[in-house]
Design a protein around this ligand. Structure first.
Ligand code: TYM
Length: 344
């Protein structure tokens, strides 16, 4: 496999209610990676239409994710911020990958099973094929590193399988077209730290999610300081004091979650947090958590609201980003067509 230049790609769906899990699991890492890598950050609006979504909400949510990226510290001048539907190569490569991926691979995707539930005959074909579009998002830029939360791990493994199968199936043509022994890199997931899977504040066995009916289950990036404080005060806990060591969090999902959130917000490990708070009850710890959560999230929420008042500016960012993204994606897609034997 040739050494592929390192490039970061990741995406966030514009499906509303961006929350702390999205921030700690993904967006905070997007911000950090800007220092070391060339990055593309995408508002994946084509993924958002795999389930019903009113057009006015979609438009609002696309702007809101863009605003969240910028408010959190992503620099759209230095890096590329854009929405997926403006770069047609994503859909083009996704079709090719629909023909590379196997039904059995997609049938194993747990997120599809969760989302489809008992209703699998009635959900869209797009929801089933969703991971092939994800692979196309990444590989149309030949990206090598993908920062995501734990819930996307299986989809990333599928992206690697698709890249590998394409490289194998078309090995002779890849070589004949001058691309050596592999056309696509095998993208690596970046899933590290204390908050790769932030759980609901109401139920430590459920993931914090945009679609949870209870707003008290999540800290939204748009919440103000009062809402953040109230939600943390009401967050579910257990009657025991905090343990002094990480092993003591086993079987205590709510405590584990709050300690992980605090650690991630502070940029510390759970060990260090417990060295400080071990033996204390939750009321003191929650007060400290409110302080750090408000200090991090309130400025992001305030800046998001300011940016949302100027949709023209946000759309300008997306349009410029899309033009830069297309300049990378178009030659990759042309090369894929040559490899496949399409006449162009
Ligand atoms: P989405 O929009 O559901 O979530 C965006 C990012 O937030 C992470 N995340 C979490 N991390 C920790 N704890 C949580 N409770 C939590 N909830 C969400 C997700 O892991 C994700 O990193 N399929 C993707 C979007 C996508 C994509 C891509 C990602 C489309 N194409 C290509 C990477 C590369 C999704 O639905 O994310």
């Amino acid at each position: 496999m040739p050494p592929f230049p390192e490039r970061v790609f990741s995406g966030v769906q514009p499906t509303g209610n961006l929350h702390l899990g999205n921030y700690l699991g993904a967006i905070k890492k997007f911000v950090a990676l800007q220092q070391t890598h060339e990055c593309l950050y995408c508002v994946v609006d084509m993924h958002a239409i795999t389930v019903p979504l009113p057009p006015a909400d979609l438009k609002h949510n696309i702007r809101e994710v863009t605003a969240a990226f910028i408010a959190a510290g992503i620099d759209p001048q230095k890096h590329i911020v854009f929405n997926q539907s403006q770069v047609a190569e994503h859909a083009e490569l996704a079709w090719v990958f629909n023909c590379v991926a196997r039904m059995g691979w997609l049938n194993r995707m747990t997120q599809f099973k969760d989302k489809a539930g008992k209703n699998s005959e009635n959900v869209s074909v797009g929801l089933f094929a969703y991971p092939a579009l994800m692979a196309a998002d990444i590989l149309v830029y030949r990206a090598t590193h993908v920062p995501v939360g734990e819930d996307q791990k299986q989809h990333l493994e599928l992206s690697r399988d698709i890249a590998q199968k394409f490289n194998n199936d078309f090995a002779a043509s890849i070589a004949a077209n001058g691309h050596g022994d592999a056309f696509f890199p095998l993208p690596e997931p970046l899933i590290q730290g204390p908050a790769t899977r932030v759980m609901s504040l109401r139920d430590g066995s459920k993931k914090m999610s945009k679609s949870d009916a209870s707003d008290y289950s999540r800290l939204n990036l748009s919440d103000d300081a009062d809402a953040i404080a109230q939600k943390i005060r009401k967050a579910k806990t257990d009657p025991e004091p905090l343990p002094s060591e990480v092993a003591g969090l086993a079987g205590r999902p709510e405590a584990d979650n709050l300690v992980g959130i605090y650690a991630a917000l502070k940029g510390e490990t759970k060990e260090r947090v417990l060295a400080q708070f071990g033996g204390q009850n939750f009321s003191g710890f929650k007060a400290a958590l409110v302080d750090v959560a408000v200090a991090t999230l309130d400025p992001i929420g305030t800046e998001m609201k300011r940016l949302m008042r100027d949709p023209g500016h946000l759309e300008g960012v997306l349009n410029q980003g899309a033009a830069r993204a297309r300049a990378i994606a178009a030659p990759v897609m042309s090369a894929v067509k040559d490899i496949l034997g399409f006449v162009r």
